[in-house]
Design a binder for this molecule. Structure first.
Ligand SMILES: C[S@@+](CC[C@H](N)C(=O)[O-])C[C@H]1O[C@@H](n2cnc3c(N)ncnc32)[C@H](O)[C@@H]1O
Length: 215
């Protein structure tokens, strides 16, 4: 079977499971979903061996305009693959994820950075209290349903400090149950307090950098 056909089959199967969850009144991309997903394998997205993932991480780091941030929030830290690098750009870093399995691995991965705080949090339920000088959401907001995206955006912007930087990095592609990165970008671009500083697309990922305020 070709890679394209395999992708289509996978997407159909995921679509069926999402429909079944919906009919049962459950959220598909739940804590349980991600805990089971991480428990099945270490590095489930194969970041460590992927040139695309390395380029993606490099773009995130290059796009953040300031050398160092007093306080940073990373939403959806997974096993800490980007976190170790963000930690070198922050005096304080709070890294959150919906999955406790991922958080435990991230703690081990980031053991050399005592100033990173980890918390199990579901962003669909709430955002930790700021203000944060930088907020990084990479590959995570796609899992929050479209209808909840505006409210989530408003909560994120509320916790961003005045003149703070917000970096979004998401896959542009439409995958069942996920919100395409470009749609998320457009929702954030409509926020009255955000100014778009840059927008890039590479390897099917879009990266947006916003700043709060217009001063
Ligand atoms: C594709 S990984 C991205 C990891 C990392 N940010 C990166 O870019 O390499 C998505 C992560 O988001 C987490 N996640 C998904 N939905 C979430 C939610 N509602 N709240 C917090 N984290 C969530 C998942 O558990 C997973 O670790």
């Amino acid at each position: 079977m070709t890679g394209g056909a395999y992708m289509k089959l996978g997407a159909c199967w995921t679509g069926t499971k999402i429909l079944a969850s919906f009919l049962l009144g459950k959220r598909y991309y739940s804590k349980q979903h991600f805990d089971v997903f991480f428990a099945r394998s270490i590095d489930p997205w194969r970041y460590r061996s992927s040139a695309v993932a390395s380029r993606r991480r490099e773009i995130i780091l290059q796009t953040l305009p300031r050398r160092s941030y007093a306080s940073m929030l990373e939403v959806g830290c997974a096993e800490g693959w980007v976190t170790t690098h963000l930690a070198q750009r922050a005096e304080r870093l709070l890294a959150i994820d919906i999955s406790s399995v991922a958080i435990e691995r991230a703690r081990v991965e980031c053991r050399d950075f005592a100033y990173i705080e980890f918390k199990e949090e579901d962003v669909a339920e709430g955002i930790p209290r700021g203000p944060f000088d930088a907020i990084v959401c990479a590959g995570v907001l796609v899992y929050v349903p479209t209808v909840d995206q505006e409210a989530l955006r408003d909560r994120i912007v509320d916790e961003l400090a005045e003149s703070g930087d917000l970096l979004l990095e998401h896959q542009s592609r439409d995958y069942p149950g996920e919100v395409p990165g470009i749609v998320i970008h457009e929702i954030f671009a409509r926020h009255a307090e955000l100014q778009l500083l840059s927008f890039q697309v590479q390897d099917d990922y879009c990266v947006s950098l916003f700043r709060k305020g217009f001063g």
